[in-house]
Design a protein around this ligand. Structure first.
Ligand code: SAH
Length: 485
């Protein structure tokens, strides 16, 4: 198969014939209008939208069955969008005879030009064609590109476009001009546009144009929420940041599946936190962020869940701010939201809970400072982070403060990951149940009536393990047999 010659046509104020009045013709006409063309639509009947456009004078309607004379309406291109192959064929050969390029929708053989799948970012357009061989491949690639190339690329292209003349005058030599553009692409412009700081981006470009030589890249830090573990729970912005990263400083809580999505040649540094030695580690993290950002690198500080929920994201941002390092924040799905969803526990429910509390049960001090009266109130859901070691205290305090021993709880271990486990029971037996099932971190404790719904609504991984009565020996025997088999 010979390759097609790709081109982008300027159709402003140029007539293009569309034959057909249905949904396909409507889509093509809309795309033509978007490009500023003057569509001439030939068909016995028009769809509602086409009719509206005709009445508004945006398109011209040629009523009736296809006639060759339509091709003599001074049109530049022809699109055949009828569902009759014979008519399409007649259109194609009539166009061919007049040396008009024709596209027959979904028929590469009859077409002399193809309409590509397009990623549309303002002046920046990326067209993908499979030459009619497999349009699905083109559409698939378009979706991939759409996730990685956000609107900021369009704004950047538009910004460069507005200063095109100045840039040419400033760097008349193509080599230096290319280096200038490369430095700008690696610099802060994209980030600023993404943050909707258009004036600041403009100012940066001004500075860069005034400086004697092309400036070096400037580093920045993206504080990114990596979610609870399932990589499908990353946001598009998180994925983009991981794709662009030079250095990734990640916590132990971040899953391997998430890390695998990062740019292959990004340097990965684990800055795992443990309950001990917290502050020295934090200082070390600060120092690393500073060192890499100052060296001009794009740093991703990747955290489990959301960076602003028990993640010390606030402190890190304050530090960056105080040291004049540019930053952005990408929120992530926090453990409470993810664990609840993956265990079939609606965190609020009209019948059971009108509010939700996120609580850290990290250490003795934090347990002592909590307001247990408030946490023991009815009709709310409480999610305890980092609580595995303190379950006994949590149970005691809540019971003392008046929460009923029959209140149901769920412990979700490794939420959203392949090894997820749900353990359920009642508050009176909380710590005994956790011990019995040997619940380990990372696990989240959810307390409240809503957790009882997990029994019916769980949908991910194994069903909940209930209570702390030992399994009857027959069941154990059956399980052992099943494992052996
Ligand atoms: N910033 C994180 C929380 C950090 S604190 C977030 O927003 O989720 C660490 C605690 O989060 C763990 O001790 C555990 O209680 C909870 N956690 C994080 N990921 C979890 C997961 N996949 N399953 C269960 N609990 C999780």
């Amino acid at each position: 198969m010979t390759a097609l010659f790709p081109l982008f046509a300027d159709l402003r104020d140029r007539a293009v014939l569309v034959v057909g009045g249905g949904a396909v013709a409507e889509r093509k006409t809309e795309a033509l209008l978007h490009a500023g063309a003057r569509p001439v639509v030939g068909a016995p009947q028009l769809s509602a939208a086409l009719q509206d456009w005709a009445e508004a004078g945006r398109i011209r309607w040629l009523p009736g069955q296809f006639r060759e004379a339509w091709l003599d309406e001074q049109v530049w291109l022809v699109i055949a969008a009828t569902d009759d192959r014979q008519v399409n064929q007649a259109i194609a050969s009539a166009a061919e005879a007049r040396r008009l390029l024709v596209n027959v929708v979904d028929d590469a053989q009859l077409s002399s030009f193809q309409v590509p799948a397009v990623v549309d970012r303002g002046p920046l357009q990326i067209a993908i064609s499979s030459g009619g061989a497999a349009p699905m491949v083109a559409r698939h690639l378009r979706r991939q590109l759409e996730t990685t190339l956000d609107d900021a690329w369009g704004s950047l292209t538009e910004l460069f476009g507005r200063h095109r003349q100045r840039i040419r005058e400033r760097f008349p030599d193509t080599g230096t001009r290319r280096r200038f553009f490369e430095a700008q692409l690696a610099g802060p412009l994209l980030r600023l546009l993404r943050q909707h700081q258009h004036a600041e981006a403009e100012a940066q470009l001004d500075i860069a144009l005034e400086q004697a030589k092309a400036p070096g890249p400037t580093g920045s830090v993206a504080l990114v929420g990596g979610g609870p573990g399932d990589p499908g729970l990353l946001t598009l912005n998180a994925l983009r940041a991981l794709n662009e990263a030079d250095v990734i400083l990640y916590d132990r809580l971040v899953s391997d599946a998430v890390l695998r999505l990062a740019r292959r040649d990004a340097e990965r540094i684990e800055v795992g936190k443990s309950a001990q030695g917290h502050s020295t580690r934090q200082e070390h993290i600060h120092a690393l962020m500073l060192e890499h950002a100052r060296a001009g690198r794009r740093v991703v500080r990747l955290k489990g869940g959301d960076p602003f929920v028990f993640g010390r994201g606030g402190e890190e941002l304050e530090f960056l701010h105080d040291h004049g390092i540019a930053f952005e924040v990408v929120p992530g799905i926090t453990a409470a939201v993810a664990c609840a969803a993956y265990a079939g526990i609606p965190l609020t429910h009209r019948d059971h809970a009108q509010s939700l509390r996120l609580v850290t049960a990290h250490c003795k001090d934090s347990l002592d400072t909590l307001d247990w009266q408030v946490l023991a109130q009815q009709r709310q859901t409480v999610a305890f982070y980092m609580g595995v070691a303190g379950l006994e205290t949590i149970q005691q305090r809540l019971l003392q403060a008046g929460r009923a021993g029959s209140t149901p709880f769920a412990l979700v271990e490794n939420g959203s990951r392949p090894e997820q486990r749900i353990v359920t029971g009642t508050l009176a037996e909380l710590s005994a149940t956790a011990r019995h099932h040997q619940v380990h971190t990372p696990a989240l404790l959810i307390l409240g009536e809503v957790t009882a719904l997990a029994e019916r609504l769980h949908w991910f991984g194994a069903p909940p393990q209930v209570g702390c009565t030992p399994l009857p020996s027959t069941k154990i025997a059956a399980r052992t047999l099943a494992h052996a088999a």
